[in-house]
Design a protein around this ligand. Structure first.
Ligand SMILES: Nc1ncnc2c1ncn2[C@@H]1O[C@H](COP(=O)(O)OP(=O)(O)OP(=O)(O)O)[C@@H](O)[C@H]1O
Ligand SMILES: [Mg+2]
Length: 222
């Protein structure tokens, strides 16, 4: 008799522009894969061919100003496809899913940043996603001035539609994230992302070992 596959974890990575989400999630995926875990690294907006088209619509700097509701609907549309077509099936097959941005980006950017309000954005999500939340959400907290500066230093030549917003918008997003983490402390792991990359990665591994030890179960010691 074969043992039933244990469902994979669903971990999401959030934070303002340039806070190191993509850098750290890539390192974590490499670390876990090298240790013998099966992981899926995915991102939002995106994650499916349809989602990538919506990503382009949302982030194209030529897209101009959109109504906050339009942004929220497009985010929700790509998320519904991503969750049902990719994330849930991967988890069911025992794969741990690492997702670069997810529902908290909508709550922080459209809810707080654009001023739609967190409750309205939550209600929209309830329509198709129910109460489906990640097992754990890592928030890389950083002053957006530093994040935008890092992106510039990293050789980024052009800014996307969100990155091009005023610093005041990004401040609202950052404080929104911190408020979400405060309200749902059991789901969030908050990491000070101002530290050097190595230090942030060490804090990430340490936090995950404490909060989701199952992520490291059955993996080879290195
Ligand atoms: N701890 C760190 N200290 C200094 N620079 C960093 C650190 N982590 C990442 N960087 C650099 O900052 C830039 C932004 O990092 P990264 O792309 O990982 O951020 P992000 O959160 O994914 O950004 P975005 O929201 O634009 O996707 C990159 O050039 C990266 O090399
Ligand atoms: Mg990124």
């Amino acid at each position: 008799m074969s043992t039933p596959t244990r469902s994979g974890l669903f971990l999401t990575f959030e934070g303002p522009e340039g806070s190191g989400k993509s850098t750290q999630i890539r390192r974590l995926a490499e670390h876990l894969t090298a240790a013998g875990q099966t992981v899926l690294l995915t991102r939002e907006p995106g994650g499916t061919p349809f989602g990538d088209k919506i990503r382009h619509l949302l982030l194209d700097p030529g897209g101009g100003r959109l109504q906050p509701e339009t942004e929220a609907f497009l985010m929700l549309a790509q998320r519904t496809e991503h969750l049902r077509q990719v994330i849930r099936p991967a988890q069911a097959a025992g794969t741990h899913v690492l997702c670069d941005r997810y529902v908290d980006s909508s709550l922080a950017y459209q809810g707080y940043g654009r001023g739609l309000g967190v409750e309205l954005v939550r209600q929209l999500h309830a329509m198709t996603l129910g109460e489906f939340l990640p097992d754990l959400t890592v928030l890389f907290d950083l002053d957006p001035r530093l994040g935008l500066e890092r992106a510039r230093h990293g050789g980024k030549k052009s800014f996307d539609r969100m990155e091009s917003e005023a610093v005041a918008f990004h401040d609202k997003v950052r404080h929104g994230y911190l408020e979400l983490a405060r309200r749902e402390a059991s789901r969030f792991l908050v990491i000070d992302a101002a530290a050097p990359e190595e230090r942030v990665f060490a804090l990430l591994l340490q936090g995950l070992q404490e909060r989701v030890p199952v992520l490291f179960e059955g993996v080879a010691r290195r």
